[in-house]
Design a binder for this molecule. Structure first.
Ligand code: ZN
Length: 301
């Protein structure tokens, strides 16, 4: 049976999953991502740690998820802000040190989307949107991940839903991330509770979630607004690609039931008439390992 090691290197931790072509997981563990080292040292340390496990030494197919826009064809990273990596050629470093037969690279959001897609039967197209500190995701059309060898595609977090607004980490304005990313949600949600007893607080999405479930009106309204913002990006995706399904995941997606109604209503208003009601929209609980599972599955494709 052919197995692959999927590796998803994040800023704090690195998820590793050993999978077969059907997405069955045989081993799964997490390694602390080494700090304050060069990109080359970090990569070597992580792969040394993986291959220090005897049972993994014979698996020589590897998929790598990277939190950045990368060149999947060559394994080149332009810039990975969470890792502090710049202009770095990953393939050469890994293949010169480790006995690996095949290695593929993809953006981490695309890996997660592929991991979720492969776990759902009889689906041809899917858009996954991860809602967390950042907004990421991936798109699958006709059972193929939308990406290119030159650039990992589908930076959904930077889809513009306004021509102005807050400055985004990418240097632009109007990105969906500056409305629905955790940091920005916390910022604009303040106006919903500044006149309440929570006025002096700096509430997290999880706390706003709890207050909404406890029936606090301002919190319910803040989530409704969240759904309206997100709906603009969702309607754009539907109007462009009409995927069979759109699935939210990530920390903030646990609030899905709180923003579902306003999201669906706004999506309906903004969607091209022929596509209206055609796309199933839902959420799945965040699985920390889904990026590494997807990376491993991509390597076996
Ligand atoms: Zn942006």
């Amino acid at each position: 049976m052919k197995l692959a090691i999927g590796v998803d290197i994040g800023g704090t931790n690195t998820g590793v999953s050993v999978v077969n072509g059907q997405g069955k997981v045989f081993e799964q563990f997490s390694i602390e991502t080494p700090k304050r080292k060069s990109a080359k040292d970090v990569l070597i340390k992580i792969f040394s740690s993986i291959y220090s496990r005897k049972e993994l030494r014979k698996i020589r197919t590897v998929g790598r998820g990277v939190p950045a826009v990368i060149h999947p064809g060559t394994g080149y990273v332009d810039f990975a802000p969470n890792l502090g990596w710049k202009n770095f050629q990953m393939r050469r470093v890994i293949l010169s040190r480790f006995d690996i037969k095949k290695i593929v690279f993809e953006n981490d959001g695309n890996c997660a989307a592929w991991g979720i897609f492969k776990r759902i039967k009889n689906l041809k197209s899917l858009c996954v949107i991860t809602l967390g500190t950042g907004i990421g995701g991936g798109l699958i059309l006709n059972k193929r991940l939308v990406s290119t060898p030159e650039f990992s595609a589908f930076e959904i977090g930077h889809m513009k839903i306004s021509s102005g607004g807050q400055l985004c980490g990418c240097g632009s304005r109007g990105c969906i991330e500056t409305f629905c990313g955790a940091k920005y949600f916390r910022k604009w949600a303040k106006k919903y509770y500044e006149h309440t007893e929570h006025g002096g607080d700096d509430l997290t999405p999880l706390e706003i979630d709890t207050f909404a479930r406890n029936g606090e009106k301002w919190a319910i309204k803040a989530w409704e607004k969240y759904g309206e913002y997100l709906a603009v990006a969702v309607a754009n995706i539907i109007n462009l690609f009409v995927p069979e399904r759109i699935i939210f995941t990530g920390g903030i997606a646990s609030g899905f039931s709180l923003f579902e109604q306003s999201l669906l209503q706004t999506v309906d208003k903004l969607t091209f008439p022929s596509y209206r009601g055609r796309v199933k929209i839902g959420s799945v609980a965040w699985n920390y390992y889904i990026g590494s599972i997807g990376a491993g599955l991509l390597a076996l494709t």
